[in-house]
Design a protein around this ligand. Structure first.
Ligand code: PLP
Length: 439
């Protein structure tokens, strides 16, 4: 066992004294201390174990400490830890090759970034330079990252205090359960969401719109799988007006939905794809943009005015190669699809039969949401205090949940087993009973 640290040299004391946290008022924070992890489990300093059904920030697709990824990083660290982006470097080339192997035909180049926000930042920049147009249309129910343009392209509350970039317009995207279009079924939601998007484009002046930027399946906003035909309809509108489509696959890419890319499940062809998280599960920070041949050709003669010191960082690239090779060899994407279809989906549906607090279950692969309501008829969301009961109840039972607004997102690593799903379902079951007693 590790030696007891000297007084004050423990994770929580140091954190509270010196670490400034994201998206929070700093005063009353009491972060959970995590000391280690393996597969779908993490543990704290005292050795208390938690089943990680959050995948942290929905990024540990391959599970914690996958030995092949750790080995790939270690091996690269012994060879060369860092090199400027201007050099050709084997791990970088291999990472780009592996990524484009899973991308649609005609998308053969990758620009590497440090994470998802700067992936969107650079995708937006490419779209503007390629089209010579300024405006970016994105969804109100979205998150695209915490940098200049990405946070203003974001639709949720995080945009509002950060609105310093210009040229961003928002539209409502499909969400049948809380329809912005008074729709009764998916076909209506689809048709009306497309008509609304069309009106937004017309009113903004379609010839001023560079790109429509969408999360293929909005994630943090609630796992909002678009209805059949929606993304194909967006493509049609985009083609009609010479507008590009950027699909943000930061949360959904690399196995989360049981496909390599979420858009593989839809009839849509993107022009630019932003990615991060699952590409190497965040073992070393990395993100990037997959670029269509046509857009890449724009920058054959013309300078691309963007770059980052750590673009294509060797340790991050080795982690990508290790991750994508292990995912392919071990059938990890197929596992996500199978466990989703056979265990998570049916298990959550059974919980919804039993628990009136579940208003809707939706998702696929290892990407699900439970919408918690006070009343199924009115669909009134449960309160923030209720969500504290849910979160604390899960933690007390050894489950690390992902909660957002009035929802539990059921988002374990893609390597999750049916036994682990059964354990988690039993925890959700007990916690929902406690919640319902409190309502
Ligand atoms: N896009 C989506 C869909 C995301 O979910 C996130 C992060 O949660 C981002 C972009 C931003 O990625 P990062 O935090 O790596 O900058």
């Amino acid at each position: 066992p590790p030696a007891t640290p000297p007084p004050g040299d423990d994770a929580l004391t140091l954190d509270r004294a010196h670490v400034f946290h994201s998206w929070s008022a700093q005063g009353a924070l009491a972060p959970l201390t995590i000391a280690g992890g393996l597969g779908c489990e993490v543990w704290d300093d005292a050795g208390r174990r938690y089943l990680d059904f959050s995948s942290q920030l929905v990024n540990i697709n391959i599970g914690h400490q996958h030995p092949r990824v750790v080995a790939a990083i270690t091996e690269q660290a012994g060879l060369l830890t860092t090199i400027a982006p201007g050099h050709a470097h084997l791990a970088r080339g291999r990472a780009a090759q592996r990524i484009t192997q899973h991308a649609p035909d005609g998308m053969n180049k990758v620009f590497f970034t440090n994470g998802g926000a700067d992936a969107n930042e650079n995708a937006i920049r490419m779209a503007r330079l390629h089209t010579g147009r300024d405006k970016i249309v994105s969804g109100y129910r979205s998150y695209h990252g915490n940098t200049g343009a990405a946070v203003v392209a974001t639709g949720d509350w995080r945009r509002v205090p950060n609105e310093y970039a210009s040229g961003h317009v928002h539209a409502f995207t499909p969400y049948l359960y809380r329809s912005d279009f008074w729709a009764q079924d998916e076909a209506q939601e689809c048709e009306r969401a497309l008509a609304h998007l069309h009106r937004v484009l017309q009113c903004e002046g379609p010839s001023s719109v560079a790109a429509i930027l969408l999360e293929t399946i909005p994630g943090t906003a609630g796992v909002l799988t678009p209805p059949p035909g929606y993304l194909a309809g967006v493509r049609e509108l985009a083609d009609r007006y010479g507008i590009l489509i950027i699909l943000d696959e930061v949360m959904v890419g690399f196995g989360r939905t049981g496909q390599w890319f979420a858009f593989d499940g839809f009839d849509v062809r993107p022009d630019l794809v932003s990615f991060a998280k699952g590409v190497n599960s965040g073992y070393v920070p990395a993100g990037g943009v997959i670029i269509s041949d046509e857009i890449a050709a724009t920058f054959d003669e013309r300078v691309f005015p963007g770059g980052l010191t750590y673009s294509g960082h060797p340790l991050a690239m080795a982690a990508i190669v290790g991750t994508l090779d292990a995912m392919a060899d071990e059938g990890i994407v197929e596992n996500a699809r199978r466990v989703g279809a056979e265990a998570i989906g049916p298990g959550l549906a059974a919980l919804a039969e039993k628990h009136p607090s579940i208003g809707e279950v939706r998702g696929l692969g290892v990407f699900w949401a439970l919408e918690l309501v006070r009343d199924r008829e009115t669909r009134e969301p449960v309160s923030p205090q209720s969500m504290v009961i849910v979160r604390d109840g899960c933690l007390a039972r050894g489950l690390l949940p992902f909660t957002a607004d009035n929802r539990i997102h059921v988002v374990p690593p893609c390597v999750v087993t049916t036994d682990e799903v059964a354990t988690a379902l039993a925890v959700y079951d007990e916690v929902l009973t406690t919640l319902e007693e409190s309502l």
